[in-house]
Design a protein around this ligand. Structure first.
Ligand code: URA
Length: 196
């Protein structure tokens, strides 16, 4: 039986399995619909997220919000978490030992939310969820799979802020997500009609 998110979060708040717990301001556990169909996974908290205790509230979050709006997906309908729950100082990349220490929390979150689609934002989330060494540039643009889960790897919104040519790719990938969700809801409706 998967545990409720609130129980996992309470336990995670006391985690000291890596040194990042000592330098963070707030734990950034995750936010959103605890039974979301779609779960987004980013890299780790930045400065704004660390101050607020919530993922994707800074500039990258604004671009994420724009993309969600464009695809007609309410932010409250999804669940958002990161690979790391504590901010790496100076926004440096997550270290392998930090990812190893922190991702058991993410595994529990995925089990609890039980999404049907995971969107991985950037290389760290994509490599972890797909258990691959292949980079995001080669993997994006198609629906991938991890066991029963459908995974849509996307460029990290922060990367698209620095390289605007990636915005078009993000839009395409959100179109892919929207099409997948529309197909799912059509199938659900057909199943509903069949059982009436
Ligand atoms: N970048 C991330 O990967 N996650 C956040 O929460 C914010 C910025």
């Amino acid at each position: 039986m998967a545990r409720p998110l609130a129980d996992i979060e309470r336990e995670c708040a006391g985690c000291a399995k890596c040194p990042l717990a000592a330098t963070r301001t707030n734990l950034v556990f995750g936010v959103g619909n605890p039974h979301a169909n779609v779960m987004f996974i980013g890299e780790g908290p930045g400065k704004n997220e660390d101050l607020k205790g919530e993922p994707f509230v800074g500039a990258a979050g604004q671009l994420l919000n724009q993309m969600l709006d464009r695809a007609g997906i309410p932010r409250e309908s999804i669940y958002i978490a990161n690979i790391l729950k504590c901010r790496p100082p100076g926004n440096r990349d997550p270290r392998p030992e930090e990812i190893e220490a922190c991702t058991p929390w993410l595994r529990q979150q995925v089990a609890s939310v039980h999404p049907t689609v995971i969107v991985t934002l950037g290389n760290f989330a994509t490599k972890f969820i797909l258990q691959t060494s292949e980079g995001i540039t080669r993997l994006r643009g198609r629906v991938q799979s991890a066991g029963p889960l459908r995974v849509i790897p996307m460029f990290h919104p922060a990367a698209a802020i620095y390289d605007r040519s990636k915005v078009t790719a993000l839009e395409e990938d959100f179109d892919l997500l929207r099409a997948l969700l529309e197909r799912d809801s059509q199938l659900d409706a057909q199943v509903g009609e069949g059982s009436r």
